[in-house]
Design a protein around this ligand. Structure first.
Ligand SMILES: Cc1cc2nc3c(=O)[nH]c(=O)nc-3n(C[C@H](O)[C@H](O)[C@H](O)COP(=O)(O)OP(=O)(O)OC[C@H]3O[C@@H](n4cnc5c(N)ncnc54)[C@H](O)[C@@H]3O)c2cc1C
Length: 460
C-alpha cells in the first residue's frame, strides 16, 4: 500500500493524494442512506495523462478505481465498496471550447454545472444547457453518466441525449474518442452517422471507463422566462393534463409536485409549467396556447391556475432550484433521499397513491416530484422522504419505504434511475436474459479485472 501511495504521489504530486483518516472518512460516504465504506486513497488528477497513469497503475495492481464528481447522487454510487482509489475529478474543471454557431461546448470530466452556467452567463448569454436541480458543484460528466435530467429535458430528452462526444480513459489506460471527434476536430455528434459507442459508457456508472471530456449540446437562451402553476386535487387528471400541455409544444419544462406541508399545498397536485420567449408577445402566445389547452379542466372545475406570488415565482425560476435541498431540513436533521424511477406519465396516479400510503405506513414526511421527459414520453417520479440523521429509527423507516417504493415502481413497469447497488441487482435479475448477457460481455471486455467502481453493474 505504501508503494501505491508513493506511485500516486509521483503521478499527481503529493498535494493531490491523501490517505488521511479524516479525508477517507468523507470520501467513504455520501449524503444519502447507503452504508459507508472507506477508500484506501484519494487522488485528484489534473490532466488526462494523469488519469491514464492512475488507471494503468490500478490495472497492474488490481486496485479498484472509483471516479467521482461531487458525489451527490444520494444512492451511494461513489462509495468505494471494495476500497481502492477514489478518483476525485474536481481539478479537471476547464471549459475547453464553446462553438456558438453549432451550439455545443466541450468541457473536462470534472467541470461543475455551476461553472458552465457562470461561463455561459458571462461570455455567451444567448446560449444555455439543461441544468439539473442538483447543487452547482455537481459535475456535467457525472450527470450525463447517470442519465440525469434538467431544465430542457421536456424539450430534448435526458441530459445524456444531449452529449455530442466523449473522451474516455478505458480501464486499460487507453484513451478512446467517441463520436465525430474520433475523426474530426468538430464535436457535433456522439454517434450518428457512426455506430453510437457512447452507450458503452453512459449509464454504466463509471464501471467501463473515466470520462475526461464531454461534448454537450447548447440551446438558444431566450430573454424571458415565466412560470405558471395549474392545480388539481385529483392525481387521476394528471396524465391528461400533461398530454394536453405537451401537445402544444410551447413549454420549456414541466414539473409536478405534491406535498402535505405547508398546508397550502395539501391534497393538491401542482403542475409547474415554464415558458420562455424573446418578446412579451411570444410569451403571451405560448401561455395562451397552454391556457386554451386546459380549458376543459377549468370548465369542469377539475383544476385551475393558481396565483404564484413573487417570492414563490423567483424560487421556481431559480436554476438550480433550491427547494430540493431545503426539503432536507424539514425534519431538522439535514437528510433526504428519493427513489426516482423512470416510468410512464399514465402511472402518475398509482405512484402518487403509493407515496401517500408509504408515508402513512412509515410515519414519514414526503414530497412527490415528477419531471416530464420528452413530450410526455416518460417521467421521473421521485418518492422523496426527509429524515433526521440522528434518528436511527427514522432512517430505517425511510430505507424500508424507499425499498417498497422501488419494488412498486418495478412492478408498475418503471426502471430505477441512478439505482443503488441493490436496485442494480434487482434490475439485472428482472431483465431479459439476452440483454443481461450482452451487458456481461461488454463489462468483461472493457474491464476484465473488474477494477472500475466495483460492486456496480456486476452482472452475475
Ligand atoms: C438537492 C438535489 C437535487 C437534485 N436534482 C437533480 C436533478 O434535477 N436532475 C438530476 O439529474 N439529478 C439531480 N440530483 C441527483 C445528482 O446530484 C445529480 O444527478 C448530479 O448531476 C450528480 O453529479 P455528481 O457530480 O454529484 O455525481 P457523482 O455522485 O460524483 O457520480 C455519479 C456517478 O457517475 C460516476 N462518475 C462521476 N464522474 C465520472 C467521470 N468523469 N467518468 C466516469 N464516471 C464518472 C460515478 O462513479 C458515479 O457512478 C439531485 C441531487 C440533489 C442532492
Amino acid at each position: 500500500m505504501e508503494d501505491i501511495k508513493r506511485r500516486l504521489c509521483d503521478i499527481v504530486g503529493e498535494r493531490f493524494v491523501s490517505d488521511r483518516a479524516e479525508e477517507l472518512f468523507f470520501y467513504g460516504r455520501d449524503p444519502g442512506l447507503m452504508p459507508p465504506h472507506s477508500p484506501d486513497f484519494v487522488a485528484l488528477p489534473g490532466t488526462v495523462e494523469e488519469v491514464r497513469e492512475i488507471v494503468k497503475l490500478a490495472f497492474r495492481e488490481g486496485v479498484p478505481v472509483v471516479p467521482m464528481g461531487a458525489g451527490m447522487t444520494l444512492t451511494g454510487l461513489c462509495i468505494p465498496r471494495k476500497g481502492g482509489i477514489v478518483l476525485d475529478m474536481k481539478r479537471m474543471n476547464r471549459i475547453l471550447e464553446v462553438n456558438d454557431r453549432a451550439r455545443y461546448t466541450i468541457v473536462e470530466g470534472g467541470t461543475p454545472t455551476g461553472a458552465l452556467k457562470a461561463y455561459l452567463d458571462a461570455h455567451h448569454p444567448r446560449l444555455r444547457f439543461s441544468i439539473p436541480d442538483s447543487p452547482a458543484a455537481t459535475t456535467i460528466a457525472a450527470n450525463v453518466m447517470i442519465h440525469g435530467q434538467g431544465r430542457l429535458t421536456q424539450q430534448y430528452g435526458f441530459n445524456s441525449d444531449m452529449v455530442t462526444g466523449l473522451e474516455v480513459v478505458l480501464p486499460t489506460g487507453d484513451v478512446a474518442r467517441i463520436g465525430s471527434c474520433s475523426l474530426s476536430p468538430d464535436w457535433f455528434s456522439k454517434g450518428a452517422p457512426l455506430p453510437d459507442l457512447s452507450g458503452l459508457f453512459l449509464g454504466w456508472l463509471g464501471t467501463t471507463g473515466v470520462i475526461t471530456k464531454v461534448g454537450l449540446k447548447l440551446y438558444p437562451r431566450k430573454k424571458m422566462r415565466e412560470v405558471e402553476i395549474f392545480i388539481t386535487d385529483s392525481p387521476d387528471f394528471i396524465p391528461d393534463i400533461i398530454y394536453e400541455i405537451t401537445h402544444t409544444e410551447m413549454t420549456e419544462d414541466i414539473n409536478i409536485f405534491a406535498q402535505p406541508l405547508p398546508l397550502i399545498f395539501k391534497d393538491n397536485h401542482h403542475v409547474v409549467v415554464y415558458f420562455t420567449g424573446d418578446t412579451d408577445e411570444e410569451l403571451e402566445f405560448k401561455k395562451k396556447s397552454v391556457f386554451h389547452a386546459l380549458d376543459r379542466f377549468i370548465k369542469n372545475k377539475d383544476g385551475g391556475f393558481m396565483t404564484v406570488g413573487p417570492g414563490m415565482k423567483q424560487s421556481l425560476l431559480d436554476m438550480p432550484q433550491r427547494s430540493a435541498s431545503t426539503f432536507a431540513d424539514v425534519t431538522k436533521g439535514g437528510g433526504f433521499e428519493y427513489s426516482g424511477p423512470i416510468i410512464l406519465v399514465e402511472k402518475y396516479p398509482q405512484c402518487s397513491r403509493k407515496l401517500d400510503e408509504l408515508a402513512e405506513k412509515y410515519d414519514l414526511k414526503y414530497h412527490a416530484t415528477a419531471r416530464i421527459i420528452g413530450r410526455g414520453h416518460a417521467m421521473m417520479f421521485a418518492f422523496s422522504f426527509t429524515f433526521n440523521r440522528a434518528d436511527e429509527d427514522m432512517m430505517d423507516r425511510v430505507r424500508a419505504a424507499l425499498r417498497e417504493a422501488s419494488e412498486f415502481a418495478l412492478s408498475a413497469g418503471g426502471v430505477f434511475w441512478k439505482p443503488t447497488v441493490d436496485e442494480q441487482r434487482r434490475l439485472l435479475q428482472a431483465m431479459d436474459p439476452v440483454t443481461r448477457r450482452l451487458m456481461q460481455m461488454i463489462k468483461r471486455n472493457l474491464d476484465p479485472s473488474g477494477i472500475m467502481n466495483p460492486g456496480n453493474w456486476e452482472v452475475p
